[in-house]
Design a protein around this ligand. Structure first.
Ligand code: URA
Length: 433
């Protein structure tokens, strides 16, 4: 087989055989296929797409490129959750302890933030003492004892995805449904989950800008899971503005604690409860969504989810007292208010732009090894649909570095203000099972 023939085949719109896909992934992983040919291949896939059989084979080839976690030592149905990427997405910090509190084992590997998107691992590391590395043995033991462990990705899981994702990032080929689907599903399958709940983000701040595209991505991922007998559910949720009010690290932990205390923004709480309800049904704890949703609302209100959060933080060496006193979390030296110059209603808050502004304040990294200022970030004071007057505070910027007018300018570009109150944005658009 020659890579040049396979590039041509996809360029001309034909489908690959399983052997051809294995050849490409194995060749690229071991280095016999160079970046320039892989880049051409990715661009051909970007324009021509892949059918569901090809996408499934691509997923499996990536799974088989590295290790597969053996979580068979964990008791119960292991339900994993994954978001396709959002800004202010602290959902895992809430959903993890919430479902663990009712008995679903959460054995989760999470990533760090890059570019405008945050990562659960960075958020957890903003808690003093919290460690994100556990041996496989300690990981299994912790999940069996406390029902929850969240660690950074270890071992050699899906090396093909790591290499391909890095190349997609610099060749404008991230935004392809088969490439996103195979990237996400390969990681989840290699992580050893029995069931997967996917949070597919849709809107201006997401990879999927339209509901039709989000549905297509959701369907193909569900189909891949089904083909492998892994129960997979995809929930399409809104990303036309950041999730909740906080974007950063320590400030997102603070907001998560608020939700675990039975408070928080109603729309964000609904997203968390919806994801958690499907996870607990998949985990066999409740029989249906409605029963699960009601029971989990109670667990948020009665403090059991917060208690589980404390237990989890403590188990991984973190200062659990932050749950009772969020003021113990890192706090920035500098704070600047961004004020509105207009009167009207907030039409849109470009999530990606907010993410970039937070990154430039120190909350994120431009390249993978940069250090993070855990206290840096943005607190939104207005959300889509809110009325504003000139001089009203739209957001507060936090950082340990000097906050300059350019930072405010970047953030101000995210806010679109118009004369009419916009229609309400749904929090959850659809569920694909
Ligand atoms: N998240 C992933 O893990 N992979 C993608 O391709 C996109 C989002």
């Amino acid at each position: 087989m020659r890579m040049v023939d396979l590039i041509q085949k996809k360029r001309d719109g034909y489908c690959f055989t399983n052997e051809e896909i294995d050849f490409i992934i194995n060749g690229f992983t071991c280095g016999s296929i160079p970046d320039y040919q892989m880049s051409a291949f990715l661009m051909a896939v970007y324009f021509q797409g892949m059918d569901s059989l090809e996408t499934t084979q691509l997923t499996m080839a990536m799974v088989n490129s590295g290790d597969i976690m053996d979580l068979s030592g964990i008791h119960g149905v292991k339900v994993d959750k994954h978001s396709t990427g959002g800004v202010g997405d602290k959902t895992s910090l809430i959903v993890g302890p919430l479902v663990a509190a009712v008995g679903v084992p959460v054995a989760k590997m999470s990533g760090r933030g890059l570019g405008h998107t945050g990562g659960t691992i960075d958020k957890l590391e903003s808690i003093e003492g919290f460690h994100v590395k556990l041996s496989q043995e300690a990981f299994v033991e912790q999940v069996n004892k406390h029902k929850i462990a969240i660690v950074s990705q270890t071992g050699n899981l899906t090396p093909a995805d790591k290499k391909i994702y890095a190349l997609r990032d610099v060749t404008a080929t991230v935004n392809s449904i088969p490439l996103i689907a195979s990237s996400i599903m390969s990681k989840k399958i290699a992580s050893g989950a029995d069931a997967i709940v996917l949070d597919v983000k849709m809107g201006s701040g997401a990879f999927m800008k339209t509901l039709a595209d989000a549905r297509e991505l959701a369907k193909i991922m569900v189909q891949i899971g089904k083909g492998l007998k892994i129960k997979t559910i995809a929930i399409i949720t809104d990303m036309n503005q950041p999730l909740g009010y906080e974007v950063g690290n320590a400030n997102e932990v603070k907001e998560a604690i608020e939700v675990l205390n039975g408070k928080g923004e109603a729309g964000f709480v609904k997203v968390c409860l919806t994801i958690a309800a499907y996870m607990t049904v998949a985990g066999g704890i409740y029989t249906d969504f409605i029963q699960a949703y009601a029971a989990l609302s109670g667990v948020l209100q009665n403090g059991e989810a917060l208690d589980k959060f404390k237990e989890f933080i403590d188990a991984q060496g973190g200062r659990a007292a932050v749950a009772d006193n969020p003021e113990l979390l890192p706090r920035a030296r500098n704070h600047v208010e961004l004020k509105s110059t207009l009167a009207g209603y907030i039409q849109n808050i470009a999530a990606e732009q907010v993410g970039i502004a937070a990154m430039l304040l120190g909350a994120g990294r431009k390249t993978i090894n940069e250090p993070i200022d855990y206290a840096a970030g943005i607190t939104l004071k207005k959300k889509v649909g809110d009325e504003v007057q000139p001089d009203d505070v739209l957001a507060v910027l936090h950082s340990n570095q000097t906050i300059n007018p350019e930072n405010c300018q970047i953030l101000s570009k995210a806010f679109v203000i118009g004369p009419q109150r916009p229609g309400e944005l749904p929090d959850v658009y659809d569920v694909i099972e």
